[in-house]
Design a protein around this ligand. Structure first.
Ligand SMILES: Cc1ncc(COP(=O)(O)O)c(C=O)c1O
Length: 381
């Protein structure tokens, strides 16, 4: 049997909405009918002052960091256990320094105690990543931010509709960034959204200008200026309305998609709990107050060697299990950015020991049992 690692859920309305654009000769460029629906969806459901769809989670992060308006030499504390985009966004913005912090060995999220140790007079912002859609300890983060007057960007790439103490991930710090890449719980192939949590219209306008090639075209579309012009340096961060149409169909059914995933996540958790209790591996830890979205199901094997053996064993049985992030602080670009490969032992060990199991909304019980049975066989149970 072959078990794939992920498979997007298709609602059926994606093609209907794309066809609507084609049949009615609607605008296909950005910020047309469906992009506006996506924005309204987030602004209503997430209660955020401003949501802007972007071409990816990566570009949402790049916009967020630029919008912090930091100065060259300023430091941003970030986990090393994340995707390159998180830290690229810091390094791409005007001479900022990324400072790598350790993760919590239970949730694999940035460790607020290590952040506290790394704060200096140059620290101006915290970049937190809600790994696997499980919230970071945001109370601790916001407390540190308040105490040291730091801005907070939430990389909620994996966190669609997941919550922390009743608030959606991405709505707690200054900016939130979500991804709709193919592998995410809902998708449009490539896409993202930037959530702006400040009510200040000057920030909303700066974001619109940055996203629209440095022009005030968004203001023009709203009839606020009679012609638009180049007013700042910017880029093109808005996706085609065809992608927004696809995404809107997914957003409409996000709760159904997540409840299907959750059932499957819970099944793995329940079936594997007795073996975790025997010390064969560690199951995912959930931050107190977090309501995750069943994005990733992972286990931590006791050693890296065992993880590699189990991964090879599962793959030999046609199961597309996977590892995850290779730590950034010890990657070539991480070292070039000042990372010390000897630092962050928890991050390094977790990366070596982590194994992700196939998880998607329509994985069958038979497939999950096949994964579980083979996992246990690999562990000689
Ligand atoms: C934590 C994290 N941040 C950022 C990204 C980048 O998002 P995108 O692929 O939409 O650019 C990803 C992965 O896709 C991610 O997992």
């Amino acid at each position: 049997m072959n078990v794939r690692f992920f498979k997007p859920y298709i609602t059926g309305n994606e093609i209907k909405y794309i066809r609507d654009i084609i049949d009615n000769v609607r605008d296909m460029s950005g910020d047309a009918v469906y992009t506006r629906k996506v924005h309204a969806w987030f602004e209503r459901r997430y209660r955020v002052p401003k949501a802007l769809m972007t071409t990816s989670g990566t570009t949402a992060l790049e916009m967020a960091v630029k919008l912090l308006n930091l100065r060259p030499g300023d430091e941003v504390i970030t986990p090393s256990f994340t995707f390159s985009s998180t830290v690229n966004a810091i390094l791409l913005a005007n001479g900022l320094r990324a400072v790598f912090a350790e993760i919590d060995p239970s949730t694999l999220n940035i460790d607020p105690a290590d952040i506290a140790r790394k704060i200096t007079a140059k620290t101006k912002a915290l970049m937190v990543v809600h790994y696997a859609g499980v919230s970071v300890d945001m109370d601790a983060i916001m407390k540190l931010a308040k105490k040291h007057q730091l801005k907070v960007v939430e990389d909620a790439a994996q966190g669609i509709v997941a919550k922390y103490r009743g608030k959606y991930l991405g709505t707690i710090g200054d900016f939130g960034c979500l991804s709709f890449h193919d592998t995410k719980n809902i998708t449009c192939g490539e896409g993202g959204v930037l959530l702006i949590n400040s009510k200040q219209t000057v920030i909303h306008e700066a974001a619109e200008i940055m996203r629209e090639k440095g022009t005030n075209r968004s203001k023009f579309f709203r009839g606020l200026v009679d012609k638009y012009t180049w007013v700042n340096i910017g880029s093109s961060y808005l996706p085609s309305d065809l992608l927004a149409a696809f995404l809107y169909a997914q957003l409409e059914q996000v709760d159904k998609i997540i409840s299907l995933r959750r059932r499957r996540w819970d099944y793995y958790f329940k079936k594997l709990t007795p073996y975790a209790a025997k010390g064969l591996f560690q199951l995912p830890g959930i931050t107190s107050g977090a309501e995750p979205n069943a994005h990733i199901f992972y286990i931590l094997l006791p050693t890296g060697k065992q993880r590699d053996e189990v991964l090879a064993g599962l793959r030999a049985k046609g199961i597309a299990a996977s590892f995850h992030y290779i730590p950034l602080h010890s990657a070539p670009q991480g070292i070039a950015a000042g990372g010390d490969p000897q630092a962050l032992p928890v991050t390094t060990a977790v990366s070596e020991r982590l194994l992700r199991l196939p998880l998607f909304s329509q994985i069958t019980r038979i497939e999950q049992d096949y994964v579980i049975n083979n996992l246990l066989k690999c562990l000689n149970v």
